[in-house]
Design a protein around this ligand. Structure first.
Ligand SMILES: Cc1cc2nc3c(=O)[nH]c(=O)nc-3n(C[C@H](O)[C@H](O)[C@H](O)COP(=O)(O)OP(=O)(O)OC[C@H]3O[C@@H](n4cnc5c(N)ncnc54)[C@H](O)[C@@H]3O)c2cc1C
Length: 382
């Protein structure tokens, strides 16, 4: 079956769905090809904290993430928070004088930087922390802040909502459509092959997460220059349903290893940077080791919470981040294959819908977006 589209989007995660939706809104005929089901990749295994709080060392990237967060709030105003699974009233960051992360100074330095950029921040002493999270054991001298703008998202629900809206605008969303290669006219890419589909289009967007480097190499017919996107695994653990009273916000804890928790529907979700790096694996044993370690930390900070009893019933899964070498998005056409437009990022849950708008304007209207200027593939010579 051979057909034509204005744009083919490869990948049905938050980035691909956002791009397809924004292009459809601009009147372009889009075919999105997803090899499994919508939101079954990294987007379905994400902590999904919407924030600009973690980006305090790079002003333009912080601003981009803030616009990302604001785009989610705008979509929620249009579609309703429940339809998107948008939830939460901020994220809490705190420490205490004997904490392994170095104590409150680093936390409050970050608060000062964020406040200087105009990001809403409320400093909290120990009593104020305890009032917001009454079940957390805050030691003497604890200090921190809440970033009240931050939220979290049921990312698969949001992406399915976007896919439906794309169909309503006339777009095609196809699941079970594995892109195996590209169609060429001479050296130029003019379409994609995804058995049983052959789709010709002047622009092909690669929003395939960790599969982007391999797909880009096929589009260039060369392995010589590989896009620098590393697969970085992460372990996400959900408890069985528990009372929402145990924890009410996204909370980052001062264990020096990035331990974090948040409510997730009726459950609690947990993760930690060091466990991502050291324990994440794909077999049942490593999942159990990581899950148990996370539950031990939960019981350190929430002493009355039955974390250890819940460990065996918790749901653990691995997500693999598409992580650009410098941690920043890679967005734009490839210099040696200009029909192929790459869209790869970490923090994609926060950034996806806003990047989708910018990318659609570049592709559909030919208007280069200044917000994307720092993130071109050209910075890697590509
Ligand atoms: C543990 C963890 C925690 C995270 N926490 C946060 C957070 O708190 N906040 C935040 O903003 N971000 C967070 N992230 C990052 C965020 O989840 C990702 O940046 C985002 O999900 C990437 O979305 P994507 O659409 O680019 O990729 P994906 O969701 O992986 O989508 C790519 C899709 O392409 C499809 N595909 C691949 N190859 C092909 C092919 N050949 N043909 C057709 N389809 C193909 C895949 O099946 C997949 O569905 C986290 C990630 C992890 C793993």
């Amino acid at each position: 079956m051979s057909e034509r589209a204005d744009v083919v989007v490869v990948g049905g995660g938050i980035l691909g769905a956002s791009i397809a939706y924004a292009l459809s809104r601009l009147g372009r005929h889009v075919v999105l090809l997803e090899e499994r089901t919508i939101a079954s990749g990294t987007t379905g295994a994400s902590f999904a904290w919407l924030n600009a709080t973690a980006k305090a060392d790079n002003a333009p990237y912080h601003a981009l993430n803030r616009r990302g967060l604001e785009k989610h709030l705008a979509l929620a105003a249009e579609w309703g928070e429940a339809a998107l699974g948008l939830d939460g009233t901020g994220s809490i960051h705190w420490s205490h004088p004997s904490a392994p992360d170095g104590g409150p100074k680093a936390v409050m330095d970050r608060a000062d930087q964020l406040a200087a950029w105009g990001y809403p921040i409320v400093p909290l002493d120990r009593a104020a922390l305890a009032a917001l999270e009454p079940y957390v054991a805050f030691p003497e001298g604890s200090k921190g802040f809440i970033a009240p703008l931050d939220r979290w998202l049921d990312a698969p629900r949001m992406v399915r909502r976007m896919a439906d809206a794309t169909r309503d605008e006339g777009g095609d969303i196809r699941e079970g459509a594995h892109v195996t290669g590209f169609l060429f006219d001479g050296d130029n890419v003019v379409g994609v092959e995804a058995l049983p589909y052959t789709v010709f289009a002047p622009t092909i967007v690669l929003a395939a997460g960790t599969a982007i480097p391999a797909l880009a190499a096929r589009a260039r017919r060369s392995l010589a220059r590989t896009l620098p996107i590393r697969p970085v695994p992460g372990l996400l653990v959900d408890t069985i349903p528990v009372s929402r009273a145990w924890l009410r916000h996204v909370v980052y804890f001062p264990d020096g290893a990035g331990f974090h928790m948040r409510p997730s529907g009726e459950c609690l979700s947990l993760g930690a940077d060091d466990i991502d790096a050291a324990h994440a694996g794909t077999n049942g044993d490593t999942l159990l080791v990581g899950t148990t370690a996370l539950m031990h930390r939960a019981s350190d900070y929430l002493p009355d919470f039955p974390a250890l009893e819940l460990a065996s019933s918790a749901h653990a899964r691995i997500g693999v981040r598409p992580m650009p070498e410098d941690g920043l998005p890679i967005i734009g056409p490839l210099a040696d294959a200009p029909a192929v437009y790459v869209a790869a990022t970490h923090s994609g849950i926060t950034l996806g819908p806003y990047l989708g708008d910018l990318i659609a304007q570049e592709i559909a209207l030919g208007e280069a977006q200044p917000d994307l200027a720092p993130y071109r593939p050209g910075r890697f010579g590509q």
